[in-house]
Design a protein around this ligand. Structure first.
Ligand code: HEM
Length: 366
């Protein structure tokens, strides 16, 4: 927050925002909590997928589904349903009711957390709206996020349903990526709103050539993070992390044998395991280099100001950690903990990139 704003008494309105300062703090803190909960949900989603738990609840009851089985008969009914799908026979055959309950609770917790989040968004939204703390524009935007959250639940079900098919033992990779991509898109939107409510007035940064170049680089790096995350979704969806468990070579070669096995060529990027894994490695490397370029340009440009430079430094550390987590996941052949941390840290890296872009909003703006 700028010194200009902090000099104003609590409850006063800043020129750039019709919302009172005290309310802005409360509203943005609430939205940051939602963001934090969303990162938790991304982690839970990763854990559910990596433990093979995602197909354990075979019906979709958005409201009453909050109640887990309460009797032995109901547990048996749910288990019997699960035993009819191919995944049970291939992945979990003979694991008994206790084994089923374990995977059930993972999926149930993922769905439960989604319901808790929707309440955590709706209840304060109604309160803030009724007490006049929100502008009409913000109410409309937050209601839209609520609806999109519901849609995300429906997309989740659309993904899960693809795993019940008689010919499949897992969900369709494209649907997995859709579910993951929409989660990240909604997360970015809520985070951006939270940041903008907290700091409606962007700090002025002179639009020198070096500043403009750095901002463009940060945009490129952020888009690359998004593309690498999508490629990570296909890596997870096709189970590509379970082969070629060496780095940097894949089966002794830089570009794996059989990269272009499928025809038409573009199909390899989505369905061909060696190509999918190679692409994710390559994109991750290009992303890390792009962030390195942002740092190189940004740290030599004092006009950017300390907040933007600090964010750039964090981005550098975050991508190094993410790269190392990716290699760890691969070399250890995707244990649930490593895959979950790798997926969750992708959200942290994206968060830092969005915060950096937000701090660069004021380039050329007086
Ligand atoms: C900027 C760097 C990176 C980003 C943003 C990133 C992002 C992601 C994401 C989001 C996923 C999970 C997608 C999902 O669960 O649906 C994933 C999966 C994966 N990534 Fe990365 N990744 C990066 C670097 C790397 C590197 C360097 C490697 C290894 C060389 C790697 C190996 C893997 C593997 C093996 C999986 C599949 C794990 C599984 O089945 O759960 N990643 N990545």
């Amino acid at each position: 927050m700028s010194a200009h704003m902090s000099l104003r008494p609590a409850g006063s309105r800043d020129d750039a925002s019709p919302i009172a300062l005290r309310d802005r703090r409360r509203i943005s803190t609430w939205l940051f909590v939602i963001c934090f909960m969303l990162i938790g949900q991304i982690a839970l989603g990763g854990y559910t997928r990596l433990t093979g738990s995602g197909l354990s609840i075979m019906d979709w009851r958005p409201v009453t589904g909050i109640i887990p089985p309460l009797s032995h008969t109901e547990w048996e009914r749910q288990f019997a349903l699960y035993q009819t799908i191919p995944q049970y026979k291939i992945l979990h055959d003979g694991f008994g009711l206790a084994g089923f309950q374990k995977i059930f609770w993972a999926e149930w917790t993922h769905r439960f957390w989604a319901r808790v989040m929707s309440l955590a968004l709706l209840a304060p939204l109604v309160w803030f709206a009724v007490t006049g703390a929100l502008t009409r524009g913000l109410i409309a935007r937050l209601l839209l996020y609520f609806v999109l959250g519901g849609l995300q639940g429906a997309i989740g079900w659309f993904m899960v349903a693809s795993g019940f098919d008689q010919n499949s033992t897992a969900v369709e990779p494209v649907r997995l990526v859709l579910h993951l991509g929409c989660a990240f898109a909604l997360y970015i939107a809520i985070l951006w709103t939270a940041l903008s409510v907290r700091t409606p007035r962007a700090a002025f940064i002179p639009a020198t050539a070096a500043v403009v170049r750095t901002k463009r680089l940060v945009w490129c790096a952020t888009i690359l993070i998004g593309i690498t995350i999508t490629a990570g979704g296909f890596t997870a969806g096709t189970h590509a992390g379970f082969s070629y468990n060496t780095f940097p070579l894949m089966d002794g070669r830089l570009i794996p044998h059989g990269y272009a096995r499928l025809s038409p060529f573009w199909l390899n990027w989505f369905e061909n395991v060696p190509a999918v894994q190679f692409d994710h490695r390559l994109l991750a490397t290009v992303t890390a280099l792009a962030i390195g370029a942002c740092l190189f340009a940004g740290l030599r440009t004092p006009q950017l100001g300390k907040p933007a430079q600090d964010a750039l430094m964090l981005m550098g550390w975050a991508v190094l950690i993410q790269y190392a987590l990716g290699i760890t996941t691969l070399l250890l052949v995707v244990p649930a903990w490593a895959g979950t941390v790798h997926q969750t840290w992708a959200a942290v890296l994206l968060t830092i990139a969005i915060v950096t872009l937000h701090r660069l909003r004021g380039v050329g703006r007086v």
